[in-house]
Write a protein that binds this ligand. Structure first.
Ligand code: AKG
Length: 270
């Protein structure tokens, strides 16, 4: 089924997203769309040999403050009207695409993504985002699929995280123990071309990839344009491994509706 014919989320899917903080919708990308994104992934990896493939931040920007030499194909897909219809059901009609990260775990040494809440990292107030995580490879427990704690978003609370700069972690903030029932974590098993949606408060992460199969996904970050992408909240950061995050100068895109919060939509444009 092509994205042009993607049905909107069913009432049950919307209810599951609200209840659990994530959902795997029924639909999937067409083989053609998937192969465009997989080709973009191959180019992205070839063009960015100095960046770990789990840390390809701003993969949709050809050139940006975060060093990645990205691909227009990701930006084009992020604007697909049928995908936006789905996102609209999650966060409403005014939508800003503010991020796009590739998390590609190579075979054998794919990094762990420690359990975390996205909201701990992001300069969005009020805090809100729906991530569409598109599987570019089959994503299973053996190759480090995402793991989620259903319902952990429900009280809209950002739990405490500790800094952990081990080089084999793709992110450096880890949820402190004892706040969320980790024994309730579930694997998000996806075939290439399927996707999951998750809420900014939901606790999630993924194990290292020790298998012989690559596990790649691309995460598109959408916020309601009633929230502010507050560029002054966090200074640009370069981690010890050279991985750069710069919210100050990152371009963001109004992809549907109107900006309602005075967002700076011109910053970072060439
Ligand atoms: O790809 C992964 O394993 C983790 C992705 C993630 O943390 C995210 O999209 O917020």
């Amino acid at each position: 089924m092509d994205t042009a014919t993607i049905p909107r989320l069913s009432a049950n899917e919307v209810a599951a997203y609200r209840r659990d903080g994530y959902v795997i919708p029924r639909w999937r990308l067409s083989a053609a769309k998937l192969s465009v994104l997989r080709a973009a992934l191959d180019r992205l990896i070839a063009d960015n040999p100095e960046i770990r493939p789990e840390q390809l931040i701003s993969a949709h920007l050809k050139a940006g403050p975060e060093r990645t030499r990205g691909s227009q194909a990701f930006l084009d897909f992020a604007r697909d009207p049928a995908l936006l219809d789905v996102i609209e059901q999650a966060i409403g009609p005014d939508i800003i695409l503010w991020g796009c990260q590739v998390f590609c775990k190579p075979p054998k040494d794919g990094m762990e993504v420690p359990m975390h809440q996205d909201g701990r990292y992001w300069p969005i107030r009020p805090l809100a985002t729906c991530t569409a995580w598109v599987a570019l490879d089959d994503s299973r427990p053996e190759n480090g699929c995402m793991r989620v704690v259903p319902g952990s978003h429900r009280n809209g609370h950002v739990y405490s995280h500790r800094k952990d700069t081990r080089p084999d972690l793709a992110l450096d903030l880890v949820l402190e123990d004892g706040q969320v029932k980790m024994e309730e974590a579930r694997d998000l098993v996806l075939e290439a071309g399927q996707l999951s949606l998750h809420d900014v408060y939901m606790v999630h992460g993924s194990n290292p990839n020790r298998s012989a199969k690559r596990r790649a996904g691309v995460a598109f970050r959408y916020m309601p344009a009633s929230s502010l992408f507050d560029r002054a909240l966090y200074k640009p950061q370069t981690r010890a491994d050279g991985h750069v995050v710069d919210f100050t100068n990152r371009p963001i895109f109004l992809v549907r509706g109107k900006d309602r919060a005075g967002n700076d939509l011109a910053a970072g444009r060439a």
